[in-house]
Write a protein that binds this ligand. Sequence first.
Ligand code: S3P
Length: 164
Amino acid sequence: MEAILIGFMGSGKTTVGRLLADQLMTQHADLDDMIVDRAGQAITAIFEEHGEGYFRQLEQQTLRGALAQPGVLSTGGGTPTIPANAAILTASPVPVICLAADDATILDRVSHDTSRPLVNDLDTTALLALKHHRAPLYEAAADLVIQTDQLTPNEIVATIQDWL
Ligand code: S3P
C-alpha cells in the first residue's frame, strides 16, 4: 500500500481513498469490501449471524493481506481501534492518514445509513461516546490527521498529496 486512511464512520475514508488512488494512478481497496468478498456476506449479516468478534477476526486477517498489495487502502472505522490492528499499522512503513470530522458532520452523514451495524445498534449519544472514545486511538495510529469539515474531498486529497 502507498497510503492508508483511517477515521470514524462517515469521515470520508472511501470517497477520499478513491480520489487519492485516482490522483496517484494506483488502485483503491476498501477493507470492508474485501471482508464482504471474503465472507460472502454483507457487514450487517456478518455482525448479525456471527457477532462483532468474528468480524474483527476477519478484519485483522484481511488487513494483513491488504498491506501487501499496491494502492490506497480505506479501512473500517473500528480497524485501528483494535490493539492487534494498531500494532500491524504501526509496524508497517505505509503512511497512515486520519480523516477527522466534527460530531455534527458525522451524524449528518451516517444517521440515515442502515448498512452500518453500529449505527443501527447505537443511539446518538452512544455513537458520539464511541467517537470520542476512539479519537485518541486514531491519533495514536496516524502519521497525519486532517480536520476535514471545511474541506471538499478534492481539497483533502490535495492536502494528502502535499504531505506525502
Ligand atoms: C465499523 C465501521 C464500518 C465497518 C463496520 C464496523 C466500526 O466501516 O467496518 O461496520 O467499528 O466503526 P466504515 O467506517 O467504513 O463505516
